[in-house]
Each structure stands twice: as C-alpha cells, then as structure tokens.
Design a binder for this molecule. Structure first.
Ligand SMILES: Cc1cc2nc3c(=O)[nH]c(=O)nc-3n(C[C@H](O)[C@H](O)[C@H](O)COP(=O)(O)OP(=O)(O)OC[C@H]3O[C@@H](n4cnc5c(N)ncnc54)[C@H](O)[C@@H]3O)c2cc1C
Length: 197
C-alpha cells in the first residue's frame, strides 16, 4: 500500500485508488504480522435456521441469558441473576430467535473463546436452543434446514469503543473488534471514518 498516492494492492494483485485505505480483516488477527490486533479476542458461535414456521412471529425473541452477555445490561442488578444452567455455563449460550421473510426461524447462539476452535458443530447445543425456542413458542418448531458456525473479533472487557481502530500510517486505518454487534453498528462506525488523516 502507498498512502501518499492513495493506491493499495489487494491479495489478488488488483490495484485500487482512493483517498484513504481502510483495512477490515474481521477475525483474521494475524494480518500484518498480528501485532496491531494482539489485544483482541476471537469468539466462535453456533447458529441454525429452520424451515418456515406456520405462524407469523412478529417480534424478535431473546431469553433471560442474554442479560449475562451484553454491556448494555451491565447494571448493578445483574449480580442478582441466578447461577446459569449447566448448558448456559457450558456453551455460554442464550436464545435469540427471529423470523425470516420466508417464515423460517434464525436461532442462536453459543460463545466459545478457547482456541483452537472445534471444526464441527455440537448437536447438544442445537438441542438446547431448539428446546428453549419450543418452550417459549409453545409449539414444535420446524426441522432445521441450515446450521453454521462463525467467528468474530471482540475487544476485551470493559469495551472502550464500539470498534477497535488503529492508524497504521497516515491515511491507512485498521478497523475490527465489533464483536456481536458489527452488522448493527457498522453504519455508525463507517460514519466516523475520516476521509484522510
Ligand atoms: C454467527 C454470528 C452471528 C452474528 N449475529 C450478529 C447479529 O445478530 N447482529 C450484529 O450486529 N452482528 C452479528 N454478528 C457480528 C457481525 O457479523 C460482525 O461484527 C461483523 O461481521 C464484523 O464485520 P467486519 O467487516 O469487521 O468483519 P467480517 O464481517 O468478518 O469481514 C472481514 C472480511 O475480511 C476478509 N479478510 C480477512 N483477511 C483478509 C485478507 N488478508 N485478504 C482478503 N480478505 C481478508 C474475511 O474473509 C472477511 O470476509 C454475528 C457474527 C457471527 C459470527
């Protein structure tokens, strides 16, 4: 990359021109030798999607275990939560459930931090998530059509900013560490990005 001339060459050898270079490597912390991102963690999650449910689910669902994980719930009363169930403890899980346009349910998720991560996905975690969704909805949910796992980059607690941002050299920025909020928060992160600095 050449910040002065605004030219960058990607891993496929293609050249791009611009006012600034913004590198967003996600959970690929080894980029540039790994030094800039050595303070970040990686988190692996399991999720699933079902065939269409026969009724509309007009709201997104989250069970009480969600209160354990998100900084927004880090209030004094959080210490009064009961001890987590063995499944929650083991998989650091919560139920999140939202209906897609076709009626299917996207359901998550687990949180694993110990690397190396498993290659496979654990059926026990899916059984637990399915059971929780069925208890809340009061009905059997449709068969699973897709299972997947993904990894995101996360900052250590307490999180100082939404993203982890580094200026590598003038005009060259490295941004990652958005954790489980990157899809939601990315417009705000992009808006903060100066064209040149
Ligand atoms: C299972 C799961 C569920 C999630 N659910 C939600 C949710 O409900 N709401 C929400 O807001 N967020 C959610 N997130 C988090 C969100 O997906 C991330 O915060 C967001 O994707 C981070 O965006 P990013 O651009 O920083 O990184 P990424 O989306 O990881 O993109 C980085 C890209 O850079 C590529 N890359 C890395 N190194 C190189 C290289 N050297 N050369 C070329 N390409 C490279 C990677 O392959 C990848 O495509 C979830 C994440 C996971 C894994």
């Amino acid at each position: 990359m050449d910040a002065d001339t605004g030219i960058v060459r990607d891993h496929l050898g293609d050249t791009h021109h611009g006012d600034a270079v913004v590198i967003c490597p996600g959970a690929e912390h080894s980029i540039l030798g790994g030094k800039a991102l050595s303070g970040l963690h990686r988190c692996r999650l399991q999720m699933m999607q079902t065939a269409p449910l026969d009724i509309p689910l007009r709201t997104a669902l989250a069970d009480g275990d969600s209160l354990r994980y998100y900084p927004v719930f880090d209030v004094p009363a959080r210490k009064n939560l009961p001890a987590p169930s063995p499944a929650t403890d083991r998989w650091r899980m919560q139920l999140l459930c939202v209906q897609r346009a076709d009626g299917g349910l996207t359901i998550g998720d687990t949180h694993a931090y110990d690397e190396p991560f498993d290659v496979g996905v654990a059926e026990e975690a899916y059984d637990e998530l399915r059971g929780r969704a069925e208890r809340i909805l009061g009905r059997t949910i449709p068969k699973t059509v897709t299972r997947w796992a993904g990894v995101y980059s996360q900052q250590p607690e307490p999180v100082a900013a939404v993203e982890s941002r580094h200026v590598l050299t003038a005009g060259v920025h490295l941004i990652t560490g958005l954790g489980g909020r990157g899809m939601t928060a990315s417009p705000a992160v992009a808006e903060k990005q100066p064209r040149r600095s």
